[in-house]
Design a protein around this ligand. Structure first.
Ligand code: LMR
Length: 394
């Protein structure tokens, strides 16, 4: 049997992690995988997580199974965090999943189950694993223009033109905030236009929101997702707690299905639970429980928000410093987009050859499409990167 197995394509982002580890040079900078790092290069366990873990250790009396959709309290807390009061609670079905990726996978399966002929429209570019999972599931994918490689902003006209060709029932995969890999985002006027178009054409939005709190703020980053959920008949939302709670390896995420009205909620909820059961049965609980404790406790929540805000503003300061440094070295504003982009990533907009040159000649690791992780930088590595960008001739 095993002789029939073929080597699988390596995930570009995870491959880069390994290459960085294997590089013996002392002077090397990892701008690859999307993991937050502080100025010391550490991915810290957030204070509120530590406090919640301690409390949980002291008070938890059982490790027996929760529900198939996870603890309902987690669902309530996350619906509150992501959707606020944008939609009535009884329209929303929700299930805990192993990370945001688990939610994405379950959403794709739900789409395939509900409408096997639906195509999924994805931004060009998008997170590579979106494409990989879609291909694995045999779901037809259609790219829509998104990134303007001249301005490094959103090619909004191209996006609207492409989505104008989608058929009723097709799904549009959108990044709720902090677009990965480009860092370029729609403004609220543009979001409204996309919503109008989706409603006009009968398209179903699916939102991947993995970086809430890393862009313009917790509420601000949820604004587009809330507007979509409040303005369309149905949508899917895959949310991750990996980044904003710093609990990557705990695999904590949630899939929400916002239905037309409360009458659909029970079937939608049952479907999410069923899909969990088929794929991995009960979702992981530890991270979800910590998140619930933090969101439901005023002190823990305030401390978590304060630490997250410091991470966010730290990344913004790095963006500003890098844009300024490049301005100083080149005498031009052509890297000004770095300060405009939001979230952990920016797409530099250079060739794979240049990305390789940065890696071999300067020990600077970024994803081949020239995505750089802003959180991989600190005050002292920014000038090193800026100098390398200029010296390499980017
Ligand atoms: C990334 O884009 O780097 C992160 O979402 C981590 C991953 O799993 O790829």
């Amino acid at each position: 049997m095993f002789e029939n197995l073929k080597e699988q394509p390596a995930d570009k982002i995870l491959m880069l992690m390994q290459m960085f580890r294997d590089d013996p040079r002392e002077q090397k900078i990892d701008l690859g995988v999307g993991v937050y790092r502080n100025a010391e290069g550490v991915t810290p366990v957030m204070r509120a997580i530590k406090a919640a873990e301690k409390r949980l250790w002291e008070t938890e009396t059982t490790k027996a199974y929760t529900g198939l959709a996870g603890d309902p309290a987690f669902g309530d807390a996350m619906i509150g965090l992501v959707l606020g009061s944008a939609v009535a609670r009884d329209k929303v079905a929700a299930a805990a999943t192993p990370g945001g990726t688990g939610a994405i996978r379950q959403a794709f399966e739900l789409i395939r189950m509900a409408n096997p002929s639906a195509r999924i429209w994805v931004s060009d570019p998008t997170w590579p694993n979106h494409l990989s999972i879609l291909k694995y599931l045999g779901i037809e994918t259609v790219p829509y223009r998104y990134f303007d490689s001249e301005t490094r902003g959103v090619d909004f006209a191209g996006m609207i033109e492409d989505l104008g060709r989608a058929s009723a029932g097709d799904v549009v995969l959108l990044h709720g905030c902090c677009h990965n890999p480009t860092g370029a985002n729609l403004n609220m006027v543009e979001w409204q236009a996309v919503i109008d178009l989706m409603n006009e054409r009968g398209l179903v939005p699916m939102i991947d929101i993995a970086y809430q709190g890393f862009g313009d703020g917790l509420e601000e980053d949820a604004a587009a997702t809330r507007l979509v959920a409040a303005s369309v008949p149905e949508c899917l939302i895959a949310a991750s707690c990996s980044k904003n709670f710093g609990i990557y390896r705990e695999r904590t995420g949630i899939l929400m299905a916002v239905g037309q009205d409360a009458s659909r909620q029970a079937v939608n909820q049952g479907t999410l639970a069923f899909l969990n059961r088929q794929n991995y049965s009960f979702p992981p609980d530890h991270g979800a429980r910590l998140v619930t404790m933090i969101l439901n406790d005023a002190d823990l929540r305030a401390d978590w928000m304060a630490e997250l805000e410091k991470m966010r503003t730290g990344m913004l300061a790095i963006r500003r410093q890098l844009a300024d440094e490049l301005q100083r070295l080149t005498g031009s504003d052509r890297f000004g987009f770095l300060a405009q982009h939001r979230g952990m990533f920016s797409r530099l907009g250079t060739t794979p050859e240049m990305v390789e040159k940065l890696r071999t000649d300067y020990g600077i690791y970024m994803v081949g499409d020239s995505r750089l992780n802003i959180a991989g930088l600190n005050e002292s590595s920014v000038p090193v990167l800026a100098r390398a960008i200029v010296d390499a001739g980017i």
